[in-house]
Design a protein around this ligand. Structure first.
Ligand SMILES: Cc1ncc(COP(=O)(O)O)c(C=O)c1O
Length: 498
């Protein structure tokens, strides 16, 4: 009966005798199993391209306008190719044009930089391919990752009941924070729960709330003050109004460095309000959190240590390549409450708080050993090196602001609280719409002048504003000086053309 069933499956026949099967199995395809000498050869091929790329970071453009390549013909890549050719194609056809956050002239958006140490760490992590989200599957690497998270917990000043895990970025950390707050503060039927943040919030906080199941009407976007910090009076007013109308306030998302201007909310006051009102206090420190390594950052971010949860983003302020964020919580049991599920087919999970099963405190199961890409550069250089680089970025932002003040027609819209500032050109006699148009043109001229400095725009209360964000570790005085020279010249030309 079983034999006749097999007979009907194309390609498998009863006549496919055991000895034929065994013969086939004697000589399987092993081409995917790279051995050590092939790996060395491949790495040499890659390094012949990668090393000149790395050595030219300083002369590479900070950005190029986007341009699509030839559309693929859609055929499946069934044939093999040689390494030399494929790596050549990658380096020659796919790396450029691009925005180049690895270059010192990149001061747009919130870039990272991409420590090469972490690239080496990723190579090792992927080559050994350990399963780190279950403690017993790779105890020492799981402990290494937990150690990295604990460094961050200490940095944020959270108590030793705290914990956390490494995410792929700030957006995912914000989402997991909202899910955790929801699980810990609201009943299963949570649709009357209200979330509060500022009009300067990164959109990932709003998306996090939506992805956690809250309709848009459950998210109160509270206006910010003249320094782009959330207005505490308006926040309290909204909370009060919502309570009176029978809604259930449960979460405030504060900011330790907004994306637009780097503004730091009054975290001490926010913590006090949250405590008084019994609300979960989340701090989005994706941009600003790394500055906790500096004395100035610690002073400005006071109050973060009272948060229930904190988003950090080491692929920004700790200069890692993209792919590493972090969520910290004040009580690690809260992450467990929100994420843990027990099933029969998994290995036994740990009770000991120092043996972290990452899969029980996060939404991911199979993933790379993310901790290694933080651990390796920190072990090699120590946190002091990061502090020095971050202090330099704070100084560079102050330098940029002072230089901008000397350029005729420039108005500083947001002086640096950390390492972001915003400005515009404000010739007299123009209404807001005309000024916005002038500044669109101004930014275009700045970015196109040499393509060795790249800035990005934002809107501050409807005002088209140009941001400088200094956080790439390769950005030094010469890059900022060049940027200022470009701005000075573009401003003079634009004013002369009018
Ligand atoms: C304040 C803030 N929060 C969250 C994010 C999102 O982080 P990611 O891009 O790592 O998802 C950003 C990104 O720039 C940010 O500036």
């Amino acid at each position: 009966m079983g034999g006749s069933h097999v007979d009907q499956v194309p390609g498998i026949s009863a006549n496919h005798a055991m000895d034929e099967l065994l013969e086939n199995l004697q000589s399987p395809d092993r081409c995917l199993e790279m051995d050590g000498s092939e790996l060395r050869e491949v790495l040499e091929t890659v390094l012949r391209r990668l090393i000149p790329h790395v050595d030219s970071f300083d002369t590479q453009l900070a950005w190029e306008p986007p341009q699509a390549g030839a559309r693929p013909d859609g055929s499946l890549p069934n044939d093999s190719s040689d390494w030399e050719g494929v790596i050549r194609e990658l380096f020659e056809d796919h790396l450029f044009p691009a925005y180049n956050p690895a270059s010192g002239g990149y001061m747009a958006y919130v870039p990272g930089g991409g420590l090469l140490h972490s690239a080496v760490a990723d190579l090792i992590a992927n080559a050994v391919n350990r399963y780190v989200t279950v403690w017993q599957a790779a105890p020492r690497l799981a402990e290494l990752e937990a150690e990295v998270v604990d460094w961050f917990r200490q940095l944020a000043g959270l108590p030793d009941t705290g914990g956390g895990y490494l995410t792929t970025g700030g957006s995912l950390a914000n989402w997991s924070a909202v899910v955790t707050a929801r699980a810990c503060r609201l009943p299963e039927d949570f649709l009357d729960g209200m979330i509060y943040t500022s009009d300067q919030a990164h959109y990932s906080a709003i998306r996090a709330a939506r992805m956690a199941g809250f309709p848009a009407g459950n998210i109160q976007v509270v206006e910010s003050d003249a320094e782009y910090r959330v207005s505490l009076d308006l926040l309290q007013q909204r909370i009060e109004e919502d309570r009176q109308s029978g809604r259930r306030p449960f979460l405030v998302v504060g900011h330790a460095g907004t994306t637009n201007t780097g503004a730091v909310d009054d975290l001490l006051e926010l913590a006090r309000i949250c405590q008084q009102q019994d609300l979960w206090f989340h701090v989005d420190a994706a941009y600003g959190g790394a500055f906790l390594l500096t004395g100035r950052g610690r002073a400005l971010l006071q109050g973060i240590e009272q948060a229930d949860s904190v988003t950090l983003d080491p692929h920004k302020g700790m200069f890692l390549p993209y792919g590493t964020g972090c969520l910290l919580v004040r009580d690690r049991q809260d992450l467990h409450r929100a994420h843990a599920v027990d099933v029969d087919y998994m290995p036994e999970m740990q009770d000991d708080p120092y043996r972290v099963d990452i899969c029980q405190i996060s939404p991911e199961l199979s993933r790379e050993c993310r901790g290694l890409r933080v651990w390796l550069p920190v072990k090699i250089h120590g946190l002091g090196a990061f502090e020095n680089y971050l202090d330099e970025k704070l100084d560079l932002a102050q330098f940029a602001a002072r230089e901008l003040e000397t350029i005729p027609g420039i108005q500083i819209l947001a002086p640096p609280q950390l390492s972001i500032l915003a400005f515009r050109l404000a010739p007299e006699g123009l209404d807001m719409e005309a000024l916005n148009e002038v500044n669109r043109e101004f930014l275009e001229r700045i970015n196109r002048a040499t393509q060795r400095c790249f800035l990005s725009p934002t809107s501050l209360n409807g005002v088209f504003s140009i941001r400088i964000c200094i956080i790439v570790f390769r950005t030094h005085l010469e890059h900022v000086q060049h940027c200022i020279d470009v701005i000075r010249q573009a401003a003079a030309e634009l004013l002369a053309d009018r």
